[in-house]
Design a protein around this ligand. Sequence first.
Ligand SMILES: [Zn+2]
Length: 415
Amino acid sequence: MIRYHAAWVVPIEGEPIKDGWVMVDSGRIVALGRRAVNDTTRGLELGDVAVMPGLVNAHTHLELSYLRDQVAPASSFTMWAREIIAERRKRMQQSSSDPIVTAAIDAAIDESVRSGTAVVGEITNGLFVTYEKLAASPLAAVVFWELIGFNLKDPKSDGPLLDFDPMVEQAVSDIGTLPPSEKVRASLAAHAPYSVAPLFFRAIKKAVDRMPFVPSSVHLAENVEEVQLLKTGDGPWKALMKDIGSWSHAWTAPGVSPVKYLDEMGFIDDRLLVVHGVQMSNVDLAIVKERGATLVTCPRSNGHTGAGLPPIVDFYESGARIAIGTDSLASAPDLNVFAEVATLHALAPSVPPASLLESATIQGARALGFDADYGTIEPGKLARLLAVDVPPGTSDVEEYLVSGIHPGQVRWIDA
Ligand SMILES: [Zn+2]
């Protein structure tokens, strides 16, 4: 049993505690509280730090870490997409056992841990490599095996593929062959409305609904070109898809917003992480809230890819659950969730720091199905806790924590 004393304890569930303590036994939190002036109970003095739960990076692609600094900022999303497609094709569709790819994943896991991340939502196209690396790491994770296909052909008839069930069932059975892990789970994700055929979405939803509780994920309403494609059936996405041989003549535009499109298919529910939402209207946000889905925002990536800046204030005012992701190193400068939080704070200073800290911890943990162990400091949860250096005499610790914390200020108290 160890009792830690700190200038601040930030439990997330409840107000920050000045001169706080946290008691830990066998890796679990037992109790927490405030030290009274005459309290002489001994404890391990951590000094001028804020003790808080490890962070949750709810959307990243560690697998793309080899693309760090390789794809320049773009003025439009489809221009950026063209660049990244070209880069990935250079590496033979990023064969996931390529040593450059795997070394970059190792470095990315290390960087995530050093910057205070406890849990990640990882999108992968190379299920086995990423899963095994995460299972062997200190991170807890959901590995989303991302399915893509807009104009897939039926190998028997050579016509468009109409029955996606066998393909999706194969993916589910591949997931079933993964070695069991206490803290890494696998699930399926659809890439985006412009890269996944409508019947494919339906087959993925059907399969996920039958899996024991795991979340699912989709990139949604990320860019104006996506909105245009779904409204009109035309624009830069159609041109790009034609150029790469992915366009389907069988597809007709639904004439609605990306959120409405997936909602009409029944795809949006409380197991879903909808990622980006840069182009969501207030009507779209109301649907996300109504369905109980979690919106994951990645503002630094949105700025880099040309998608534009997300409407952070609208996100929070909608009442929807909001989590935070860094996205991949192809579009973010680092994997530091504290830096992502600082960007949200700069973009939306009116959003209370406490809400941003919830987004970076419990909201992501809940969305990924890890809230029994992570996301807050509460008795019974894992003591996967950070000690973050704060200046002596800090009075508003939440404001300090959302203003930009660098990895040198962060250590794990159980390490
Ligand atoms: Zn992504």
